[in-house]
Design a protein around this ligand. Structure first.
Ligand code: ZN
Length: 140
């Protein structure tokens, strides 16, 4: 089998075409050489978001704001889940302060709100803080 998938780089946000069986921690970006599956949460603006949205990894998106207490609480749980499942999904963070139109587009009414996006489409959303374990269960 020679199945390919498109992965947007977490560092330069350019798209990489890789064989599905090369989805491992050694995979690096052909443009900037960053690790493609770093397990880090990636803060994105709308252009960068669209690059990831049109790639093949499911997205877990945290809509947050710097002034929001529960968002600060949620951050470490979100990061922990990202570290634990680097190949299952891309974990993105979107600031509702700098990207208000994205929050509006997705009708985010309270923060933190977490969206699960597959094949470019929202398939689930959850408002409020989740533990890393709850988040993982929710994603799977
Ligand atoms: Zn790159």
């Amino acid at each position: 089998m020679d199945e390919k998938m498109i992965v947007a780089c977490p560092s330069c946000h350019k798209k990489n075409r890789i064989a599905s069986d090369k989805k491992d921690s050694a995979a690096i970006c052909g443009h900037c050489k960053a690790a493609l599956f770093s397990g880090e949460v990636v803060a994105v603006n709308s252009d960068q978001f669209r690059a990831h949205q049109s790639a093949d990894l499911p997205l877990v998106v945290d809509f947050w704001a710097s002034w929001c207490g529960p968002c600060q609480q949620y951050g470490p749980h979100f990061e922990q889940a990202a570290k634990q499942m680097p190949f299952a999904a891309r974990f993105l963070k979107i600031s509702t302060e700098t990207e208000p139109h994205l929050a509006q587009q997705y009708a985010v009414r309270s923060i933190p709100t977490t969206l699960l996006i597959k094949n470019g489409q929202e398939v689930a959303r959850q408002a409020g803080v989740m533990s890393a374990a709850q988040l993982k269960q929710w994603i799977i």
